[in-house]
Design a protein around this ligand. Sequence first.
Ligand SMILES: Nc1ncnc2c1ncn2[C@@H]1O[C@H](COP(=O)(O)OP(=O)(O)O)[C@@H](O)[C@H]1O
Ligand SMILES: O=C(O)C1=C[C@@H](OP(=O)(O)O)[C@@H](O)[C@H](O)C1
Length: 232
Amino acid sequence: MLVCSGKSTAGRMLADALRYAFFDSDTLVEQAAKKTVAEIFEEAGEEEFRELEKQVIQTLHGYKNCIVATGGGAVLKKLNWSYMQQGVVIWLNGPPSLLARRVVNDGVEARPLVGGGSTFEQTEGDGQYQKTVEKLEGILNERLPLYRNADIEVSLASTSDDDAGLMGAPVHEVVLRMLKKVDARIKEAAQMREGRKDFKIEENKSLTQRLIDLQKGEGTLGNGRDDTKEEE
Ligand SMILES: Nc1ncnc2c1ncn2[C@@H]1O[C@H](COP(=O)(O)OP(=O)(O)O)[C@@H](O)[C@H]1O
Ligand SMILES: O=C(O)C1=C[C@@H](OP(=O)(O)O)[C@@H](O)[C@H](O)C1
């Protein structure tokens, strides 16, 4: 979820694959404020940006069948979590060394927290890259416990160890990883729902005995089937 993890790029492709609508919260904030994210940070400050971002996420949370790419700092507001968790939250997890390459490649100016803004001293070449890595490491350290609250974590690591892998896994691979994990999660949830529907307390062990077993750390509440019998 850090900057340049590909939330907008991969999010849009995921939405296309699912035929869902796609929203980019930074873009909606910019449209509402009629300023770029960098200008909002510069002129009104980060807190004002966070407030606008919260309003956008609040507006979007009621929508179904959509993918929302939030800004990397949306995790900072508790209220945003209550909106985001109406859906499935995906963490695109890549190391600062990788993301810094993308930031520098794009130009740091558009990313106020890592490069733009008047407080950041611009340097050339490797110095710029190194500074960006350090900045991202600092942000990641602060946010890691929050990113870990995501429902699904998708690695941005490339499987190729040549130059092509320096920018991370290609976007179609990232989208495939997201689809697989979302699919697995949906199936898991469906199985749990089925299990609950299947629950028959009158069969086999009594519910009281099952609860006693559970308290002792033995067995599960299960679905009413006799756990001691082999599957046929
Ligand atoms: N899987 C990828 N491989 C290589 N470059 C990528 C990948 N995903 C995104 N990028 C590039 O990284 C930059 C940031 O992508 P973006 O989707 O805007 O990230 P975010 O929305 O997380 O800030 C863009 O230049 C984009 O083309
Ligand atoms: O991580 C952050 O705090 C931010 C990330 C940016 O979005 P992207 O992650 O889409 O670059 C943008 O919302 C703003 O510059 C703040």
